[in-house]
Each structure stands twice: as structure tokens, then as C-alpha cells.
Design a protein around this ligand. Structure first.
Ligand code: HEC
Ligand code: HEC
Length: 303
């Protein structure tokens, strides 16, 4: 208690009833605190001198470094544009396969392709390429392809367009077969996905499919489509006849819909987007088509 007298006080003192006076000490501030405080003051002064800081009547103090946020933004966006151009130049030069091997370039191409797809393709193929059954617009996000799912074929499909023509088979609708025969054909097609209710009818349909009607000429001997089909001398150019043995349907799996496809025929038209594009009035550059091909290929079903 004795050394209490050595402590510097502010001179102010409260008297307490117990006889212990309450004094206000005047200890010096800790050194570390004081030095940090001086450092912040110096920092502030240096900052004011170097960087834009104080508002003035005619603007603001610019600072000796001449730095400005606008300028930094302009530089950054110029750099980003230059980088984008460099990436696009490489996309133009490299083949689809080469691009697919370079992950960062592939990501760049696919993000561009995604945006173009949203603008030009999603109206028919649905967003993300999920397809629209009622219109016969195929899903692009599975591994079931009409014309082929490798990069070059996808590119060609987008560049030149595709036409799928399924002839009508019912008499009166342009075909040569009776109602009963069309029913038999329908039963056979359903049997390919194990959904036939009438084995005898499916048997008769089988005869027609591989015989008189010649469906196998387009859909393949096993009915698994013109690209997987096992027909000798399979028709060229590619006809885009779908696989009839799986669960993926262009127009619908319902027996009545399947029958309608056989009876009245179907036509599917994919517009051309490359140099030969006429109808859509919109033409895509080879670079854009490349980006689209890579995007579509990456949707999940690329080969
Ligand atoms: C006007 C509607 C329409 C638009 C727009 C359209 N498509 Fe198509 N696309 C189709 C149809 C219909 C088919 C199926 C053709 C057939 O039935 O033979 C198809 C087929 C395809 C195929 C072949 C699928 C396969 O299984 O082989 C690809 C790939 C494709 N489209 C990509 C695109 C891309 C990419 C775009 C955007 C540039 C696009 N389509 C725009 C209607 C369209
Ligand atoms: C000239 C080639 C060709 C012949 C012959 C042909 N088809 Fe097709 N078939 C197609 C094409 C192409 C499509 C797809 C049409 C489209 O793209 O819109 C198709 C579509 C279909 C569909 C609809 C499939 C779906 O996914 O919705 C069925 C069912 C079908 N064919 C059954 C038959 C049967 C049965 C025969 C024989 C009676 C037959 N086809 C003969 C080319 C052919």
C-alpha cells in the first residue's frame, strides 16, 4: 500500500466513508498501444498523399500514385477481353477433339455454348436439352441418338440440319397396309420394349417388319435404330430412324401414339445453322457451332 503514493494521479479524489479515498490514477499508456497509434497516424498521412482521399470543391485530391478505381476496372476488363479473345482464337484453330482434351478451354467453350443454346435451341429442345415430346423434339441430354453423339456428327447436325422422314403405312394415309396389318406392326414394335399383349399379332408384325414393310431397312434388323442398326449397307445419308427397343421415345411410348407414328408417318426437321442456314434467318459462326457441339456433347450423352 505504501507505494501507492508513487503513482501519479490526476489530483482528483473522492472521499469514501470507510476511510479509503478513491483516487483517479494517471498511468502512462502502454507503449505497444502508443506506437500502434502513431503508426496508424503515419499510415493515414502517407495514404492521403499517395491515393485519392479528400473531397475538394473541384473534385478530390488525386494522390501521387495516380491510381483510380475506374482505371483499374478498365484495365481489368481489357485484360478479361484479351483473354477471351485468346481463348476464342484457340477454339477456332483447334479441332473439337483437341478442345475436349483441354479442360479449361473446354469449360470456356461450354459456357459460351450454353448461352447460345438458351437463345437458339432451347425453344425446341427445352432448356438444358431435355426435349419436348409432343413436338418430336429429341432430348439431347441422354445417350440415345438419332444421328450420332460423337463431336463431329453433332457439329454436322447443327451446321447442316437434319431431316427425319418416317413414311406413312396405312392405306388411305399414303401407305399400303390395312388397319389389321398396322395393328400387327404396332404389336411387334411394342414387343421390342416387352410391352406386347398379343404374341400372335406381334409374330405377324415381325414378318411384315422384316419383310413386306421393310421397316428394318431404316430401323435396323433388331429395331435398334439406324445408327446402331445391323442392316447390311445401312442407308446413307443417315436417316435418323430411332431405336424402338428402349424406353426413349421421340413422340411418346403410348401404344396409340406408336400406332399413329406407323399409320400416318412422321417428319422431324432440325434446321441448319451453319453457312447453309436459310429458314431461321439466323446464322451461327463456325466458332459458335463448335461451342454448341461441345456443350451438347457435354450434356450427358456425348460419345
Ligand atoms: C425448330 C425447332 C428446332 C430448333 C430451333 C433446333 N432444333 Fe435441333 N432438332 C430439331 C428436331 C425436330 C430434331 C430431330 C430431327 C429428326 O427428327 O430427324 C433435332 C435434332 C437435333 C440433334 C440430333 C439429335 C440426335 O439424336 O442425333 C441435335 C444435336 C440438335 N438438334 C441440336 C440443336 C442445336 C444445338 C440447336 C440450336 C442451334 C437446335 N438443335 C435447334 C428441332 C430443332
Ligand atoms: C425410310 C426409313 C424408315 C422406314 C422404312 C420406317 N421408318 Fe419408322 N421412322 C423413321 C424415322 C426417320 C423416324 C423418326 C421420324 C422423325 O424424326 O420425326 C421414324 C419413327 C418411327 C416411330 C416413332 C418412334 C418414336 O420414338 O416415337 C415408330 C414407332 C416407327 N418409326 C416404326 C416404324 C415401323 C413399324 C416401320 C415399318 C412399317 C417403319 N418405322 C419404317 C424411318 C423409317
Amino acid at each position: 500500500m505504501a507505494d501507492q503514493h508513487d503513482v501519479e494521479t490526476t489530483g482528483h479524489q473522492w472521499d469514501s466513508e470507510e476511510g479509503y479515498p478513491l483516487k483517479e490514477f494517471n498511468n502512462p499508456l502502454p507503449r505497444w498501444w502508443l506506437y500502434s497509434f502513431y503508426a496508424t497516424v503515419i499510415w493515414a498521412v502517407v495514404y492521403w498523399v499517395l491515393y485519392p482521399a479528400w473531397p475538394m470543391l473541384d473534385g478530390y485530391t488525386k494522390g501521387m500514385l495516380g491510381w483510380s478505381m475506374h482505371q483499374e476496372f478498365a484495365q481489368d476488363s481489357k485484360a478479361a477481353l484479351a483473354q477471351k479473345k485468346a481463348s476464342n482464337d484457340r477454339l477456332e484453330k483447334l479441332s473439337l477433339k483437341e478442345i475436349a482434351r483441354d479442360n479449361s478451354l473446354l469449360q470456356h467453350a461450354m459456357s459460351g455454348g450454353k448461352a447460345i443454346f438458351g437463345d437458339f435451341c432451347a425453344p425446341c429442345h427445352g432448356s438444358g436439352g431435355v426435349g419436348v415430346k409432343a413436338g418430336g423434339f429429341p432430348t439431347l441430354a441422354d445417350d440415345d441418338w438419332l444421328f450420332g453423339g460423337d463431336l463431329d456428327t453433332i457439329y454436322e447436325t447443327i451446321d447442316k440440319g437434319r431431316d427425319g422422314a418416317m413414311p406413312a403405312h396405312l392405306q388411305g394415309a399414303g401407305g399400303a397396309f390395312s388397319e389389321a396389318q398396322v395393328n400387327d406392326l404396332t404389336e411387334y414394335v411394342l414387343s421390342l420394349s416387352k410391352r406386347s399383349q398379343d404374341a400372335a399379332a406381334a409374330q405377324r408384325g415381325d414378318q411384315l417388319f422384316h419383310g413386306e414393310a421393310g421397316c428394318n431397312g431404316c430401323h435396323g434388323d433388331l429395331g435398334n435404330g439406324s445408327i446402331k442398326g445391323t442392316v447390311a449397307g445401312s442407308p446413307a445419308p443417315p436417316v435418323g430412324a430411332p431405336n424402338l427397343t428402349d424406353a426413349v421415345w421421340l413422340y411418346g411410348s403410348d401404344p396409340a401414339v406408336v400406332r399413329a407414328s406407323i399409320a400416318k408417318g412422321r417428319t422431324g426437321h432440325m434446321p441448319a445453322w451453319g453457312s447453309g442456314a436459310k429458314e431461321t434467318g439466323k446464322r451461327l459462326t463456325p466458332l459458335q457451332i463448335k461451342q454448341l457441339a461441345l456443350y451438347v456433347h457435354g450434356l450427358g450423352g456425348g460419345q
